[in-house]
Design a protein around this ligand. Structure first.
Ligand code: 5AD
Ligand code: SF4
Length: 464
């Protein structure tokens, strides 16, 4: 046994800072898992750590700049530590790492390791090489092996369940190539995990106390993982199999593309009670001209009809979306078509963004970019309309009773916060601590813009 292993050996510490989407939250937890067999435990601050990894996101504007300024702070920390004779390894993972590659180590030589999202399972090997004095490493390949397959078995993962809700990545990458989006370049082409592995992970989550699983993928409803018979399963198939697992009371999935909403998935919304009545289905724009320029592969009418079909399957479903305003060439008329689509659909909530060019994407080099003032003005109008719809949806919940899964503690004493079936935050006072992590019936008293307030009908869970 080497000096650094075994029960009496000093524990080494890893700190992972997560930026961006839920998939990064999931990946960060997997990086901690993969380092556990080498004796690493997770800590909450970079000061305590032997390795710091920034798990980055490239979707927002100036994402790379934010990472470089964080690296500036880490450079100081590394200096301080080395003054005390301690070593600090600095890694950058995720989509900014993928996009910057070698450039990252040139601009920030303090970085020891640059790791794209498809290579996390190789982290222990790289750390060992670096700890032995090896040169800096940049790994941004898309290897053919399944990175998930090389991770520790679900039941051995330390980070597996941190509460009653969990993320589970089932699909990665995207083949759609929307003209504004970096994802197909940073996450690579579509890849689906096999059904059996997902079921194993979900069973382990359920045993660890998880009641609600959110299935993740950049284009999650393009899922086509192999089943036990070697056939491609759809997301609808997978949801039915997951819903049958004991203990799994709630399922969600995100993010979907309208083109991949097939009949089986729509039917699951009608037939699988565990599938929550909430769907994030980004449309981006309501103008056919802009939708074509974005390469979204559908028009506004097709989207509206699709929502009608989903609502025919599950009338109470809460719809959510992403919108981009000020895409190159967007006229006032195009923008009004987006407002018209929002009125036609009626959203429970939505995310909206000003278009911002991403280097390397086709829309970034379009000539008719809009001035920032025009984008800001449109965003304000769009958000005013979406805000009205959100308040209307939340207010209409008052007086209803709905199951809430408590997954956070509120600020006030004996306050618990949970999620409604429609993904709203629900605040409840006078809640016994033993209801934490449980599904409980709550009568909604009032709906606000961003949350609901309710009271317990009975102080016991509907599902243990
Ligand atoms: N500019 C503005 N918003 C963008 N998004 C993705 N790329 C861009 C961009 N270049 C938004 C889209 C997507 C969400 C995750 O981020 O609305 O659905
Ligand atoms: Fe990006 Fe989503 Fe379009 Fe894929 S479908 S290119 S992830 S916006």
């Amino acid at each position: 046994m080497g000096p650094d292993t075994g029960p009496g050996a000093p524990r080494k510490k890893i700190f992972v800072k997560t930026y961006g989407c839920q998939m990064n939250v999931y990946d960060s937890a997997r990086m901690v898992d993969v380092m556990a067999p080498s004796g690493y435990t997770e800590v909450d601050t970079p000061e305590e750590a032997d390795i710091v990894i920034l798990n980055t996101c490239h979707i927002r504007e100036k994402a790379a700049e934010k990472v470089y300024s964080e690296l500036g702070r880490l450079r100081e920390l590394k200096k301080e530590k080395s003054g005390r004779g301690e070593n600090l390894l600095i890694g950058v993972a995720g989509c900014v790492a993928q996009a910057e590659g070698e450039e990252m180590r040139r601009r920030a030589p303090v970085v020891d390791l640059v790791l794209g999202p498809q290579t996390y399972h190789r982290l222990p090997e790289y750390v060992e090489r670096l700890a032995n004095g090896g040169p800096g490493i940049v790994e941004t390949e898309f290897p053919a092996d399944d990175k998930f397959a090389s991770l520790p078995a679900p039941e051995r993962r330390k980070t597996l369940a941190r509460g009653a809700t969990a993320f589970l990545t089932i699909q990665e990458g995207c083949d759609k190539f929307c003209t504004f989006c970096v994802v197909p370049y940073t996450r690579g082409s579509e890849f689906s995990r096999p059904v059996a592995r997902i079921l194993d992970e979900a069973r382990a989550l359920a045993e660890a106390g998880v009641r609600e699983i959110t299935l993740l993928g950049q284009n999650v409803n393009a899922y086509h993982g192999e089943d036990e018979k070697g056939r491609a399963a759809t997301l609808g198939d997978l949801i039915r199999r997951l819903a049958a697992i004991d203990g799994i009371a709630r399922l969600r999935y995100t993010t979907s593309h309208p083109r991949d909403m097939d009949e089986a998935l729509i039917a699951a919304h009608a037939e699988v009670p565990e599938l929550m009545p909430y769907l994030h289905l980004p449309v981006q724009s309501g103008s056919d001209r802009i939708l074509a320029a974005m390469n979204r592969r559908h028009d506004a009418e097709t989207y509206i009809r699709l929502v009608e079909r989903i609502r025919a399957a599950n009338p109470g479903i809460a719809m959510s979306s992403d919108f981009i305003v000020g895409f190159p060439g967007e006229t006032e008329e195009d923008f009004e078509a987006t407002l018209a689509l929002i009125r036609a659909v009626g959203y429970a909530q939505a995310y909206s963004f000003k278009y911002s060019p991403r280097p390397g994407t086709p829309a970034a080099t379009e000539e008719d970019q809009l001035p920032v003032e025009a984008k800001s003005e449109r965003l304000q109008r769009l958000q005013a309309l979406l805000g009205e719809q959100q308040i209307a949806f939340n207010s209409a919940c008052a007086g209803r009773t709905m199951p809430v899964l408590f997954d956070r503690r509120g600020r006030g004493e004996s306050q618990l916060v949970g999620r409604s079936p429609y993904l709203q935050s629900v605040h409840v006072g006078d809640a016994p601590e033993n209801l934490f992590g449980k599904l409980v019936d709550v009568e909604i008293e009032e709906g606000y813009r961003n949350s609901l307030r309710g009271r317990l009908l009975r102080k016991e869970p509907v599902l243990a």
